[in-house]
Design a protein around this ligand. Sequence first.
Ligand SMILES: C[S@@+](CC[C@H](N)C(=O)[O-])C[C@H]1O[C@@H](n2cnc3c(N)ncnc32)[C@H](O)[C@@H]1O
Ligand code: SF4
Length: 349
Amino acid sequence: MPHKTDIKSLNYNELVQYVESINEKKFRAAQLYSWMHEKLAESYDEMTNISDKLKNTLKEDTLYTSLKIVKMQESRIDGTRKYLFELYDGNLIESVFMKYHHGNSVCISSQVGCKMGCRFCASTLNGCVRNLLPSEMLDQIYRISRDTNERVSNVVIMGSGEPMDNYDNVIKFIELLNSERGLNISQRNITVSTCGIVPKIKELADLKLQITLAISLHAPNDELRKTMMPIANKYSIAEIMDACRYYLDKTGRRISFEYSLVKGVNDTKECANELIELVKGLNCHINLIPVNPIKERDYEQSEKNSIKNFRDMLERKGINATVRREMGRDIDGACGQLRQNHIDENSAI
Ligand SMILES: C[S@@+](CC[C@H](N)C(=O)[O-])C[C@H]1O[C@@H](n2cnc3c(N)ncnc32)[C@H](O)[C@@H]1O
Ligand code: SF4
């Protein structure tokens, strides 16, 4: 955590207090807030109505986060863009920009790396380096918005990191993203995905936000889930399902489940039947994701036929299930892989 004031992570009221604490007039807060969160300025130098004297004070006193683009890959198939960004301290993160018919979506990272150790995930290969600040989560959207010149209408917190392991910063980020003085992205257009940290899911439910909760389930029973996700040793599926029902009760929002299909591991008929039993009667949607193989692990993607059969079995029982369209198939695949490949390439030199 930087010692300077992380100015872009302050909400409007906190910014007013900060501005007054350095003996400036309150209207400066409105100007600064607009430069940071509406005009998406990348530094104080862009702020034409702020005096040089105040800019110098702010440069001394605050951390003004902004991201450097290290690499950008664009899909020729669907326009998906993968960004590798450098943070102020040299750490690297990645974000993805996707174009859908309902609008543009950005998938952001919430941590540098992740400590959760899921078997199929490239984000966790080197553990968790640090939490991202609220400003650094905003910056991913701001930078992409400026780079593409496109409005972003949906945000998914599904990049590297476990958002419930960086809970306070994620909640602050959602508040800022949702603010009328900023990008004003509706809560309904924000999705937070978690591997299932039960107490935090309940804490989130109590806030009664209108965001979508996505649970990375990936297995219909604890035994199998433990072989894929170490967090399953801490929280059982029964506890996760209880937390989901609590979330639904408090917010009225349908739950999403993520289920990455791995050949011969979790794509069998037995698994489909167990999954049907598990979610029966719950207002939910299941996203089936053909697993994206990473070279460090031996998981393989399920056959097209098994994926279709799995989905059909769920649908026949009236369970909403879609196979996630693979965006940007022609660019560096799995989440966390662009960063991992870059780290590998540079440490090999
Ligand atoms: C990278 S995680 C980040 C959010 C949170 N930590 C979680 O696990 O939900 C987002 C989603 O990507 C999935 N994922 C990770 N690696 C994958 C891979 N190689 N192929 C397919 N999905 C993957 C995860 O299972 C999870 O559902
Ligand atoms: S899937 Fe999510 S929780 Fe698991 S290691 Fe990857 S980022 Fe972390």
